[in-house]
Write a new protein. Structure first.
Length: 270
């Protein structure tokens, strides 16, 4: 399959994974073979966050297969291994990081999007140790530039010191729309990564139309290099205005409604 460089400053919308039994009743066409679910999902969405990589390594041949089953401008984000992030001393994660980065993810080629480093909700911000971890994150693999997103889940990260570190190492901070985890939308990287966790099973699209309109507006502001004023922030200082790629994933909540919410948001952005 021919490859090309993805268009810059795109807004990409998707869900977590593509294998979920309830989606076979309300997203995938009746009778669709499970082996074709990624093929179908990737033509309704513009990105998918791979979650299985958090729990265990995947084969290089699997990454190559997923690359070839999806449209040329499709992108995969992926959760990095939990063995790197779920540890007492993050600065000792070097071997786990190296093993993950060299596990075959480069087989995705130009479809390789941000790597999501998700930390435990009990992991507190310890500046020196966290900076040591950030220094371990590689900038490329097999000639592919790597982008890193930090999913910090403890309120102690809601400080200017953390924001300064993330910006220095050019890492995005995940904006998590949730009551269960810290929710702050300070832009720290060269792209924006949002995980939206409030889908509602009682709503046809999982998200109310007015809220979808607001997410579409927020995504367009982020892409233009601006920051949505209504979202919670830690610091008053805003990042320099610079066009950015934007990734929005409907995750958790009423997961059975995630694809519907993503499709409706894509319609608004189109």
């Amino acid at each position: 399959m021919a490859s090309s460089t993805p268009q810059k400053n795109r807004i990409r919308v998707g869900v977590g994974g593509w294998t979920f039994e309830p989606w076979r009743n309300n997203f995938y066409p009746e009778g669709l073979a499970q082996s074709r679910e990624l093929e179908y999902a990737s033509r309704q969405l513009t990105a998918i966050e791979i979650n299985g990589t958090f729990y265990g390594s995947q084969k290089p041949s699997s990454f190559a297969k997923w690359r070839d089953e999806t449209p040329d401008d499709f992108v995969f984000s992926m959760k990095a291994t939990r063995y790197a992030t779920n540890r007492k001393i993050l600065g000792e994660a070097g071997e786990s990081i190296t093993r993950f980065v060299n596990s075959g993810i480069a087989e995705l080629r130009h479809k390789l999007g941000p790597i999501l480093w998700q930390f435990a909700s009990t992991k507190k911000f310890e500046p020196a140790d966290f900076e040591t971890f950030l220094k371990l994150l590689p900038s490329e693999v097999d000639g592919l530039a790597l982008q890193h997103a930090l999913d910090v889940r403890h309120a102690s990260f809601m400080t200017s010191e953390y924001l300064d570190l993330a910006r220095h190492y050019r890492c995005a901070t995940v904006f998590t729309d949730s009551d269960d985890y810290p929710s702050f939308a300070d832009v720290t990287g060269e792209f924006v990564y949002a995980r939206l966790m409030r889908t509602d099973a009682s709503l046809k699209a999982g998200v109310a139309p007015k809220q979808l309109d607001r997410w579409a507006e927020a995504a367009q502001l982020w892409r233009a290099g601006k920051e949505p004023a209504e979202l919670p922030r830690v610091a008053d200082k805003v990042a320099p205005v610079k066009p950015r790629d934007v990734y929005l994933y409907f995750i958790s909540g009423a997961k059975e409604k995630a694809p519907a919410a993503a499709v409706e948001l894509i319609k608004r952005l189109d």
